[in-house]
Each structure stands twice: as structure tokens, then as C-alpha cells.
Write a protein that binds this ligand. Sequence first.
Ligand code: N01
Length: 556
Amino acid sequence: MSAPDEQTQSGPRAVPGSVDVAVVGAGFSGMYLLHRLREMNLSAVVFEAGTDVGGTWYWNRYPGARVDVESLAYSFSFSEELEQEYEWEERYPTQPEILRYARHVADRFDLRRDIFFGTRVTAAAYDERDAAWLVRTDRGDAVTARFLVMATGCLSFSKLPEVPGLERFRGATFHTAHWPHEDVDFGGMRVGLIGTGSSGVQSIPVIAEQAADLTVFQRTPAYSLPARNRRLRPDEIADMKAGYRAFRKAQRESGFGVPVAPATKSALEVSDEERDTAFEAAWESGSLVNLLTAYTDLAVDLAANDTAKRFVHGKIRQIVKDPQTAEDLCPAYPFGTKRPCLDTDYYETYNRDNVHLVNLLRTPIVEITEKGVRTSAGEYAFDAIVYATGFDAMTGSLTNVDIRGRGGVSLKEAWSAGPRTYLGISSAGFPNMFMITGPGSPSVLSNMVVSIEQHVDWVADAIDHLDRHGLTTIEPEPQAQDAWVDHVNLVGGFTLYPKANSWYMGANVPGKPRVFMPYAGGVGEYRKKCDEVAARGYEGFSLSPDGPAQQRPADD
Ligand code: N01
């Protein structure tokens, strides 16, 4: 173990010059990892660009922001005391409630003393001679670490629309992923909102209630299901707390990190009435996964998927009174192939007199002007524009840090044709660097907290294994990585996911390689694979006492 020795400065506390592990990000991943590392008596430093813990839930403060996994399931399982003492209020908690939870965890486990807030990691370079990472920040810190862990989140590098004139607009502008910390009041304002993914779908009904007028610019409609959110009842909280161990086991063995009864029938083998009853129950249940998992083949067979697609289209046409608006809101791509949304009164909001939908497929945005938004049909004037335009997902938060592995090769170069990882945890050429919920792992196709805990535990155990066996470096073997990338593509290819232009595919970022990035094999199967790899002495990784000898510089 390296002892914190020489010090560099970052704010009032001194950043240690050398640690065992440098962690980037103090969201759920970074917080739990720090806790695990401390339990192992390793020295660690966490750098966080925000001024507090929480990651996603620190940045995404837009009106209506909630998680769409139930609170009692979207919570840490590593501490039974934490599970028992924490009191969730709502079925689907608001952003402030989740941030409160993150802060509680930070305080309860005394995490803040090793976290450097307001500090962004700008570069990390692997020194082959010393088998260590040199991590640099925007505050001038330089820290040497035996291990680097990127706990930077899958949806944290935000993007603006690729249209000219963004800087010209004279009114107020907002991005859902960088919402101000103080209250924003749209009262009396004409607001334009671009983007109808989860962030748009959640914020539109709330902004519509405040604004004088709201115009929504939609390029691709979302499939959105009603959340049926409510306050939790004391009896259901007590039941969950009494049965938490069995529930956590079921989460870990499930497909999405959310236990659901496995489907037994094809959507095409049942009568229309039976299917409608099942779909109606899923719609009423207020769940993100119940509709997609109602039948065995909805995610893999187009004809089966069409039945779910028609069902949701029917609901949209029933709710939205203006027929043209209803048609514009009906997605053409298969259900579930872009991330579905959970909403409160999303479709109902289009029945309000002060809400208008602009279909960008008919009239694309030409430019942002001083007054507002110009489409091919004309100019719309606004007092404020909200960009709900999403993220350079899964890879953006990794490739936009100047990470350089062996031979000075940058991660951006190494992934120029798409991300290449072994197990979504690490990448060949980047020894002793781990990613929490990286591309090639279930990550965004799962309850993130379940996947985060699994990765953090795996990484902590891997470091422990190295230390116990007198080993210094761990790095994927290129053949194992190639095989894993092929497997991820093969499994993705069995599903309908590649059929949509989604951020899962990198399709929302011009020029980004079109690759299905998450692993679609399910969190249970994936966990088994990771456990097997570890049990077989980290099969597919090269473990070395002093770094891969053949890679050492000639003068060494
Ligand atoms: O981002 P998105 P998000 N011109 O990428 C449109 C998680 N999340 O922030 O689809 C016009 O989904 C873009 O159009 P298109 C969740 O995993 C979770 O909403 O690319 N439009 C799309 O409509 C989610 O999936 C929660 O054609 C442009 C929208 O902007 C993920 O984060 C809440 C455009 C972006 O939607 C991302 O969600 C919020 C352009 N140039 C987020 N560029 C919960 O747990 C982009 N768009 C509830």
C-alpha cells in the first residue's frame, strides 16, 4: 500500500501526492467504491467536478426530475443498517429526495474527507516504468495512483443540438443536465423546449403548468408509460425492509436489476383479448419494465413487438385530443428499442391550450436566432429555451478526459471505431484502469445501483487479489477483449435494439461510431460471467508482478 506522502494543493485541504486508488466521480459509484477501499485499508482520493456528492442526481435538477426505478429498489444494498434506517417518501423519488439520500450516505460513512469537490480530472497517463497512473486536475493537482477508477457515469457528458446560432439567443437558456441550483420560475414566459427523451418527457408537464406558453420541438417521439407515482405506504416499506435480503438476491439474478415474473408465452400465441389484458395491467402498474417483459419475444421479434407498439399508439390516440398531435407523438421504431420513459401526465399535457408540438421530421430546425428557434416553417419567439438534448452517452465521460495508456495511446484513439472493453470493466492497453458500468456491461439496461454495486465489488476484489498475490498490474488480454466485444455484439444483434437511432447505438452524436454499447445479456447472467472470470484467477486478464515485461521500454 502506498502512503499518502508529498502533498499538492486543491482548495483548503491538501490533495495527497500518491495514493493506492484515484477515483474520478463522487456519484453512487465513487461513493461506494471509496467506502470499499477504506474497508480494505487502501488510500484513495476521489475527484468530483460538482460541489457535492450525487453525480447524476447532483447535476440533473430540472423540473420534474425523478428516477424511474422504485426508491426501495434504487438504493444501496451493501449496508443493512442503511437499508433499515433510511426512510423513502415516494414510490419514484424526486431528484431532491435522491440527492438527500446520497448526502446521507456520504455523511453516514464519513466519505467527504477523501473527496475533492469542484475539481475536474483533465488527464490521466499510465507510467509503464512505475506501473502507476499520473492523474491531473483542472486545479493543478497531480496525483500518482496504483489504480485509476473512472466512476464517471454513463449519462454525464451532456450535448447541445447541432444547429447553428446557439450563442445568438438573447433570452435565458437551460440544459436539463446542468440545471441551476436556484429555483427557475417560467411564470409568464414563452418557453421553447428541444428534445423528448426522459428529461424532456419529465420536465414538459411541469414547465407547461408554469409557462404562459410552451412549444415542444420533437425530432423522435418517445414511448412513455404512466409512472403512477404516489407516496409509499408504511406497510409496504415495512414489508420490503423485512424481506430485503431475498429481494436483493432476486435483483442481482434478474435481467434488468428489477425482479419481474418471467414471461412464459409469445405475444403471438395468445388471443388479442388476452394480450390486451396483459398490456393493460402493465400500463396500469406504473413500471418501466412490465410492458417489455410481458411476453418472451417483445424485445427480439418485430411482429411480437408490433403488438406492444400498437397498444401504446392506441393509448396515445385515446389520451391526446388533437389527431395530428397524437399521430406526431406515435413512435415509428419498435417499442423499447430507445429507452422508454415513465411520466406523470406527459400525453395529457398536449391537451393544454398553452402547449404546442412541432414535429421536426416535417419542419427541421434551421437555426437558433436572437429571438428563438427558426424551423423550415418559420421563426418561433421565446423568452427561454430549454435544451433537453441528452448526452454523449456511455463513452463521452471517458473519452473526453485525456486518458493515455501504454505507449501514450489515448483512450479516444483506441476507441475511435467504438468502445472496446473486456466485461465493460477495463480495456486492453490501459493497465490498472477500471470503469464502473462501462460500455460492454449491462449498465444503462439495468437498475444502475445494482450494476454499480456489482462492478465496485468486482473491482475491489480484483485489487485485493493482486495485493494478496504480490501482483502489480491487471490488464485484459486482447483476445479476451475481442471475444467479449464479439459476444456483446452477438447478444445485441439478437435483440431489436439496433433497429432504432438511439443513444445506446451512439446515433444521437454526429460522427460517433454506430455500435450497440450496453450488454443485453441481463445482469444475472453477466454477474455469473464476471464471477467465473474471477474464480478462474481472472481469466482473460494478464496479471503481472511488475507490469507486462514485453511492454517495458527498451532502456528499462
Ligand atoms: O436524453 P435523450 P435525456 N435536434 O438522449 C433530442 C436517463 N434519464 O436527457 O431521439 C432536435 O434520451 C433527441 O432526439 P433524437 C435515461 O436513461 C433517466 O432525455 O436523437 N432534437 C431526443 O428526443 C435516458 O434515456 C431519467 O432524434 C435533438 C432528446 O433530444 C437518458 O438519461 C430521467 C437534437 C434527447 O433525449 C437520456 O435522457 C432523465 C437536435 N439536434 C434521464 N439532439 C429517469 O430515471 C438531440 N435531440 C427518469
